[in-house]
Design a protein around this ligand. Sequence first.
Ligand SMILES: [Zn+2]
Length: 323
Amino acid sequence: MDTLREFLAAHGVRSKSGKLLGKEAVAQILTNPIYYGHFKYAGEVHEGTHQPIISKKLFDEVQAVLTRRFRWSKLKKPIVPKPFSGLLRCRECNSAITAEIQKGHTYYRCTKKNKACRCTQPYIREEALDIEISRLLSPFSLKSEWADDMLVRLDGERKLDAQASNIVVAEKRAGIAQINARLQRLLDGFLDGVIEREVYAAEKAKLMSEKKTLEEQSSALSIGRKTWLEPMRNWILDAKSAGEIALTGSRNEKKVLASKVFGSNLVLDGKKASGSAIKPFALLREAATNSEMVGVTGLEPVTSSMSRMRSSQLSYTPIGRKG
Ligand SMILES: [Zn+2]
């Protein structure tokens, strides 16, 4: 490490005061992914578009040497993630649930910010809360076969929709072309002196107004074309993975899914978590508890919940998932 500090200094890499770089600064350089093409921003790693100056292989070899020979712990404490922090509220006093590390374990507790209430809620260990969150999430998983079937239907709907709106848009465009032709004939008539100015002006205003209406309808059709299709697709994919996340997902994945399913409705009461789901997951729960969902005509309810979700105008952003 000292050799490196001297090497860097000899090549002009020094601290602001002109001294040798500190060990931590050198370690930071050696662990910075920017040199092999990635960069960190706001705590996340992104792919850069710049030319890497070292290979990932070399970087990994350096990391191996660093972990063997360099004690990070001397310099700074490792950051312990608190995945469920801020996810729940206390049922008793409505304050946020936060995390705290005690003797190497992460505990979650009420922040007890509500002075009007003498909150008596106990701590809960992360492992126990993890089980609680998994228990809450598992009913919101969509069976793989159903999910795949819904995706196929959605795809069909997308194709039909594209065809249908293409036809309507074509009709509107034909209407606009017709009006343009009439406007031209009107102008010709006016220029030839066949049509009086007042008649021309009135007729033109009428046609222009009709044209504007058609144009607006046409562009609204192109823009507003089934805006629910994409959110719906993302939702199906999330619901499909919900069971897997509840079983084997990381705590962060569970947190992300839990906030999608429950919004801000999760509460903690006597070490038990509970909460009501928000749309469209609430509809999934409803459909799953409804016996018709598992009947022979199992496909039918899928369609009805689809159209209900469509009408609920959901705005839904997908959970980040692998592949
Ligand atoms: Zn409380």
